[in-house]
Ligand binder design. Structure first.
Ligand code: PGA
Length: 262
């Protein structure tokens, strides 16, 4: 992490978990611990149906609510879809774009990801852009080339002004939900690669200011080492974000780390 230049963002990605009632219980437990988490930005990416209760329960708290997906059009005949404007009106601040599960199970291409990034930005949402390589790509030494391609494709046409509103999550696909975490060095190197791609696209200053998270089996045990990498500015946490005590544990770790650094 590097507090001097960029925000630490710890985000929980609930995926298709929790009902509205469970969301309220979770949000209540989070609320009580917030005074001890001041140095981190906290985001929870909840299912669409839980957005209103999450926003209501966490009103006036420093927890931003995110959606896990959205459509790129403002409105239209897209049965089952949700637009950016619909999210904004509810009070949503962030949106995950291009999560590997969306890419894999819902055929989201890089072109679609790019359209969604533009639509989210136009509506005033902060996209969390997810990128990452497969195990085969890593074994073939194609990680950097793949990240280069994915980041550039997703950010095509995104201006220097707009990049300030984007967070990037490096999520190696082989580490998501598998319990197989990237080593701190692997995570640090990939996040540094992403920062160097941003540097070539937007210059050193904006690259330095962009928050780059690591995601993929981050948990209370490994968070400290992952977050100690200078280019890892937070986490996108799936499984370990479902229990408030685990999620808070990671947030406290990120929070403390900042204190000892400054
Ligand atoms: P995981 O999920 O922490 O369960 O590996 C991370 C993610 O998919 O964002």
């Amino acid at each position: 992490m590097n507090r001097k230049y960029r925000k630490t963002i710890i985000a929980g990605n609930w995926k298709m978990h929790k009902t509205a009632c469970e969301t309220r219980t979770f949000a209540e437990s989070l609320k009580h611990a917030l005074p001890r988490t001041k140095r981190c930005s906290i985001v929870i990416c909840v299912p669409f149906t839980n957005i209103p209760i999450a926003i209501k329960t966490l009103k006036d708290c420093r927890v931003a609510i995110a959606a896990q997906n959205m459509h790129w059009e403002e409105s239209g005949a897209y049965t089952g879809e949700i637009s950016a404007q619909m999210l904004v009106e509810l009070g949503v601040k962030y949106v995950l774009i291009g999560h590997s599960e969306r890419r894999e199970y819902f055929a989201e291409t890089d072109a679609i990801v790019n359209k969604k990034i533009h639509a989210a930005l136009a509506a005033g949402l902060h996209p969390i852009l997810c990128v990452g390589e497969t195990e085969a790509q890593r074994e073939l030494n194609l990680t950097d080339a793949h990240l280069n391609y994915q980041v550039q494709a997703a950010l095509s046409g995104v201006s220097s002004e707009q990049i300030k509103n984007i967070t990037i999550a490096y999520e190696p696909i082989w580490a998501i939900g598998t319990g197989k975490t990237a080593t701190p060095e692997q995570a640090g190197e990939a996040c540094a690669t992403i920062r160097s791609i941003l540097r070539s696209l937007y210059g050193a200053k904006l690259a330095r200011q962009t928050t780059i998270q690591y995601g993929g089996s981050m948990n209370p045990e490994n968070a400290k080492n992952l977050l100690s990498q200078s280019d890892v500015d937070g986490g996108l946490i799936g499984g370990a974000s479902l229990k408030p005590e685990n999620f808070l544990d990671i947030i406290f770790t990120a929070n403390e780390y900042e204190e000892s650094e400054t």
